[in-house]
Ligand binder design. Structure first.
Ligand code: PLP
Length: 460
């Protein structure tokens, strides 16, 4: 920050990196004793914790003479390091080429391009030593590009060092030295390693806990020293299929595995209940932090790192359809109104037929929309239901029914629920009795929910 003639400003945007706020998590931490504080890294100018290493890596490389004017910065990234480097490169006048695996969100790819950097998308489903892998493509580009500098976040000591020099001291100061636990997801491990080293030098009793997505090899390696086989998972930015040289396991006291479903649903809860928009790696860290805080006493001060903003995942974590398609949307706290809102829009919310409609026409609708029941309406009331199975067997026996009004073959009307009926109540109703229910908002019918709709949300 420059203060001159009563003015206060930064020489460039890089001066605004760091000094992110600590915010108490209340709603999601309702059931744990002690204090749970989130370090909100989305408040960095590039929206993530990785802005810290973007500058540090480039400035140290400049100091050592490893990067020259007009250089091209190259890096393999899950996105955020790409943004951090692209910002620092923009300010410093370097070009940047970033490689990103294809599982990463489109938002992150677009963001990096918006900062003027080039993005090369690589396949996710290849082993790390394949020439097509994110790491290997970055290395090749760095070799083949004149005057290139490979940032090498997975092995560059300036990565953890950035957190040793900034994030760690900030947490120490912001908690007046009262922090007892630090919890962070592990990608390169730079964040947790740098913070943990700093805090443990201040107070060796502080515990550092890493959070690792199920499918990553990091926890297995930490626990057994063996390198297992990585499996796929949805959370972005953390978990690895290699052991990064920047993860300093000697500073870690524990690593907790977190699966996609609780992680991504927690990201949604933190956004909705705390007003802190975040993504899956934040959700992973919060799930682990709640476990840590739950086991610690009322005097614990647990700091959890929220690495980036949920704006990066609007098409994924914060999109009901994406969550449902991946079978991980947790609807246990949903009402019928919420469920109806998250139904795919390809279907009309409420498909019904007037009681005067011919059976033949009703069957056309059943086929067109692939529904198995159709409510029958008379003025504003529903007076019955056509069930596909029953109508078809009736028509096979007596084809003349095709030209009859639907009232000739209808069953009694479906049960009704209101928009505020809970998911649990609805599930019980559909399990016991009806194959579908009509949804009422006041005295208006606004939709239908079927057993099939609910099955989409169930997990074994
Ligand atoms: C979204 C997100 N969260 C967490 C991390 C993990 O941080 P670190 O690499 O310092 O372990 C990353 C790293 O890329 C990330 O992109």
């Amino acid at each position: 920050m420059v203060s001159t003639d009563g003015m206060e400003f930064h020489e460039n945007i890089l001066g605004t990196v760091g000094e992110t706020p600590l915010v108490r998590l209340r709603a999601v931490a309702r059931d744990v004793p002690g204090l749970l504080l989130a370090k909100v890294e989305s408040r960095n100018p590039g929206g993530s914790v990785k802005d810290r290493i973007g500058i540090k890596i480039l400035e140290e490389a400049e100091r050592r003479g490893e990067i020259k004017p007009g250089a091209t910065v190259v890096e393999a990234t899950s996105g955020n390091t790409g943004v951090g480097l692209a910002i620092a490169a923009a300010v410093k006048g370097y070009k940047a080429i970033l490689t990103m695996p294809d599982k990463m969100s489109q938002e992150k790819i677009s963001l990096i391009k918006a900062y003027g950097a080039q993005v090369i998308v690589t396949p996710t489903a290849v082993p790390p030593d394949s020439p097509e892998s994110n790491y290997e493509v970055a290395k090749r580009i760095a070799r083949e590009t004149p005057n290139a500098f490979l940032a090498n976040q997975y092995f560059n000591p300036d990565n953890p060092q950035a957190h040793y020099e900034t994030t760690g001291p900030e947490i120490w100061r912001q908690t007046a030295g009262r922090v007892t636990h630090i919890v962070a997801g592990i990608g390169t491990g730079g964040t947790i390693s740098g913070i943990a080293r700093f805090l443990k030098e201040k107070n060796p009793k502080i515990r550092a806990v890493g959070a690792d997505p199920a499918g990553s090899i990091i926890k297995g390696y930490y626990d057994t020293g063996k390198i297992g086989e990585a499996k796929s998972y949805l959370v972005e930015g953390i978990g690895e299929d290699i052991i990064p040289g920047t993860c300093h396991f000697q500073y870690l006291d524990e690593i907790i595995t977190v699966t996609d479903r609780p992680a991504l649903n927690m990201a949604r809860r933190v956004s909705r209940e705390e007003g802190i928009l975040c993504g899956g790696s934040s959700g992973t860290a919060v799930v682990a932090a709640l476990q840590v805080a739950g086991d610690a006493g009322p005097d614990a001060v647990v700091v959890v790192i929220l690495p980036d903003t949920g704006e990066r995942y609007l098409s994924k974590v914060h999109n009901d359809a994406w969550m449902r398609d991946n079978r991980i949307l947790d609807v246990s706290s949903y009402t019928v109104g919420d469920l109806l809102g998250s139904k795919p829009r390809s279907l009309p919310r409420l498909l019904d037929v007037p009681s005067t409609e011919k059976v033949r026409e009703a069957l056309k609708l059943v086929r067109e929309y692939e529904v198995s029941q159709l409510p029958v309406r008379e003025k504003d009331r529903h007076v019955g239901t056509l069930s596909e199975a029953r109508v078809l067997s009736a028509v096979l026996e007596d084809p003349a029914l095709l030209e009859a009004a639907v009232t000739a073959v209808m069953d009694p009307p479906l049960a009704e629920v209101t928009v505020s009926t809970t998911f649990t109540e609805l599930r019980a109703l559909l399990a016991r009795r009806d194959s579908a229910v009509l949804v009422l908002d006041g005295d208006r019918h606004i939709g239908i929910l079927t057993r099939h709709d609910l099955i989409e949300y169930l997990v074994p």
